[in-house]
Design a protein around this ligand. Structure first.
Ligand code: AN7
Length: 405
């Protein structure tokens, strides 16, 4: 398959065989460029419409030339949420629950592609810095591929379920006395000095896997495009990737328009929101990001430049929500729709509610919220925000009085 890497800033091009993460000339972010005429000719229309969605259903649009390292990622449910739509006041609302991936987050889409790429390039160790989900995912794909996975986590700020996954799947887990942004600087240096393949979302191949969220949304809506897609933003890779997916389906003539990409951050960590609202060309990093949504406790998102242009060129917007607002949305998803999500994921629904109330999002829109991670990722948060269970003596009287009084 034909593709190459291209710098989004200076336009320099590099062959697919090179092991680089940013442009060697100007340090700009890289994008994967395809020959869409070749891809278009290879698409089997009947298969595209009939085969159930999964990451590798769309392999004609993925930059991997070997048999992939896979544990059946993608194919996550798109739930139609009528009760939540009514509560928020929009016509039609869907939730794409990425928590239903093999390790419980959307990261698996990127890692199946990224770890396959590592193997294809002959790399024998992989690494990442992570707020948690990326590390859980890298550990599992490293295990499946039979290569070591080194993961750097901000000490004391990673949800319990994610640390547990990274440990159980055999990741080399290292706690850094600093925040995620510090850990990312370190792992980038490590991978530039040692023969270790970097699998943070600065790696352009990882984002290619994540663009399949867009393909699946279109597919599951019967090849229709929603008016808007709302999702949490941390390192800003996913919003970039999903926007690219929608653009590609349009380029290939599969769809005829694109949704407005809408990014949500928390009030304690919102450099992208600030840049969008002020019209700035780039972000101002936040030195001390803080939020209950530890997954997106990120002050210096590496994909900021790509994400700002994705939001702007799609006609979308960005908003921040408080921890209280996201907790309310997390409970609404859980109790009205039966969808259990981790705190970061609930920002999508909290942000949608806020933007509808403000009149920024029209009540006539067909909206898809992406919930990026599963509820069970962060059990400590659940205990913190829910009412404590009652404990009673083992008698029917005590039981009844606990229930009825
Ligand atoms: C549940 O795991 O950055 O904007 O290291 O876990 O693409 O970074 C996680 C990010 C949203 C933000 N929701 O996505 C990591 C990490 C959940 C997440 C995001 C993350 P990006």
């Amino acid at each position: 398959m034909k593709y190459f890497l291209k710098c989004i800033d200076c336009g320099a091009e590099y062959p697919k065989t090179e092991i680089i993460y940013t442009c060697p000339k100007c340090d700009g972010l890289l994008d994967v460029i395809y020959d869409y005429d070749e891809i278009k000719a290879s698409i089997d229309e009947k298969k595209l419409r009939e085969e159930p969605p999964s990451v590798w259903k769309y392999k004609m649009l993925l930059p991997v030339d070997i048999d992939p390292v896979t544990i059946n990622e993608g194919g996550t449910p798109l739930y139609k949420c009528d009760k939540l739509a009514k509560l928020i006041g929009v016509k039609e609302l869907y939730v794409k629950h990425e928590g239903m991936n093999p390790t419980g987050s959307f990261k698996d889409r990127g890692m199946t592609v990224g770890v396959s790429k590592a193997i294809e390039l002959g790399m024998e160790t992989v690494a990442c810095a992570s707020t948690g989900n990326t590390s859980a995912s890298l550990a599992i794909y490293g295990a499946k591929a039979g290569i070591p996975a080194i993961v750097l986590l901000p000490a004391g700020k990673v949800a319990l379920g994610k640390v547990g996954q990274a440990l159980m799947h055999g990741g080399k887990v290292i706690m850094i006395k600093g925040n995620f942004d510090d850990a990312l600087v370190l792992v980038r240096k490590l991978c530039s000095e040692e023969r270790i393949y970097l699998l943070n979302s600065i790696n352009p191949y990882r984002l290619e896997g994540q663009k399949t969220i867009a393909f699946e949304i279109v597919d599951q809506l019967g090849f229709k495009v929603p008016d808007r897609v709302v999702l949490p933003v941390g390192n800003a890779g996913n919003i970039t990737a999903i926007n690219k997916g929608f653009k590609e389906f349009q380029k290939l003539g599969i769809t005829d328009r694109r949704p407005k990409m809408t990014g949500i951050q928390t009030a304690g960590a919102c450099p992208i929101v600030n840049a969008i609202k002020s019209g700035a060309e780039d972000i101002t990093p936040e030195m001390n990001p803080e939020t209950i949504a530890t997954a997106i406790r990120i002050g210096n998102p590496v994909n900021a430049k790509k994400a700002l242009s994705a939001i702007r060129e799609s006609g979308g917007c960005a908003e921040s929500v408080t921890d209280e607002e996201l907790i309310e949305a997390q409970k609404a998803l859980a109790r009205l729709e039966g969808i259990g999500v981790e705190p970061a994921s609930a920002t999508s629904v909290a942000g949608l509610k806020k933007l509808v109330e403000a009149g920024v999002i029209s009540k006539d829109e067909v909206v898809v919220c992406v919930t990026t991670g599963h509820l069970l990722k962060d059990p400590e948060e659940i205990i913190e925000i829910c009412e404590e269970p009652v404990t009673v003596e083992p008698t029917i009287e005590a039981l009844k009085s606990a229930i009825f009084e």
